[in-house]
Design a binder for this molecule. Sequence first.
Ligand code: NAD
Length: 490
Amino acid sequence: MSKFQSQQITKVTFARGDGIGPEIMEATLQILQAADAKLELDEIQIGKQVYEKGVTSGIPDDAWENLRENRIFLKAPITTPQGKGYKSLNVTIRKTLGLFANVRPCYSYAPFVSSRFPKVNMVIIRENEEDTYAGIEHRQTNEVYQCLKLVSRPGCERIIHYAFDYARRHGRKHVTCLSKDNIMKMTDGIFHQVFNEVARQYPDISTDHRIIDIGTALIADDPERFDVIVTLNLYGDIISDVAAQICGSVGLAGSANIGSNFAMFEAIHGSAPDIAGKGCANPSALMNAAVLMLNHIGQAKCGELIQNAWRKTIEDGIHTGDIYRDGLSSKIVGTQEFAQAVIDRLGETPGTLPQVTFQTADHAPFELPEPSVSKSDKKLIGVDVFLDWDEHNRNAETLGPQLEAVTPAKWKLKMITNRGVKVYPDGFPETFCTDHWRCRFLLSTESDSTGYDDTLKLLAAIHESGLDIIKTENLYAFDGERAYSLGQGE
Ligand code: NAD
């Protein structure tokens, strides 16, 4: 038995991935083995080689079975093929396994790794399943493409509770919410609203909210001010690369993808095809992800052992090319040599950088909050009809009366917008119009109510007039409150 720990064996699925994946995974496995991590490892094939066999998801059925059995996954980066037929395997795995929280700790290791910010110590907690990453995209007209941004209240509740719970478990004091609710008042709006609601349940944690633009600027310019950040999927993806890079390299940061039954651990960076096969990639991010995994499965002591040896290696100036600096580093090494340097230092601790002592708190399961949604009274009060229309020099002053001439008595054409801007009635001739028109119909008297039959009659009348309907969006009121955004200028 190792002198360092005595935990029971945990089964873990791993995948070597693409590009630099096999190199950094091999290095990471060697470090885990040398540190006597109590793991039984099952390898699965995913990514490029699977895509090339015609499996457009990039993951075969037997790999899913293995993941379902083991529930813990250490994954090297994979290359997402550019073609339209392929889905991102990373997104598929996160969503299929319900990995709703993406946890990305970000530290600076100055003065040993060059960074303008020596005291960065923040954790970015990114919502992992929703937002534009639902992958629901369409081409609707010759000119216009759309991507649906889906944000749910339960999705917001679980990630925001998770962020506050994480802060408490790790002795952190402040949670910052980043969103763009000045523009996306409904999707980002519900995220911010739930943040305010949940924050009241954690009076011991201070909070603030920032619009994502200035939030990102502050991360780039003054990152030491942040403690825990919680944000939506796309923003979290972008800011965690910014944060990792200003700390020295994307090659340093690992991440945990956490769900209620599964967890996946990976580097935040990609497969780096530009340096693949050269043996120079930094394995630290995947190794740090493996350390997060050890904490998660209750092998915190082994995680500490590796993390302290790694810090000592960094302190000793043994650096891969991405963090090597003349005068700062003592030796430039490749992937394998770096891994060996970490292995050689197992049992040692850093002299200047803080020595790591992990809390076992990570191991305790996160209790998902009960969704707080109560049933509201939902009433259909209108419909947005989207048209593909490219006639009469795209003049809405022609389209508007044409629609009004066929609108059934119960309905009123409220406005037409083009890319969200009102162009009828009273549009500006200067507004640039595409071939994609949103025509908003409301009931002609407010006291009227409508059923879907009325909507179908309206659609039939528009269709029979020869106009090309490409989609519709029902307009609802929930408990009497308008549940859709106004057009710009409406
Ligand atoms: P990338 O993160 O692979 O590379 C960006 C830059 O950082 C490159 O210059 C690269 O050489 C460098 N870099 C990355 N990791 C490094 C390391 N460990 N050591 C030293 N340098 C490193 O981003 P990209 O080039 O935009 O994406 C390449 C591929 O990776 C794409 O197919 C993308 O879809 C995929 N990707 C996968 C994941 C994942 O599997 N989780 C995440 C992001 C991107």
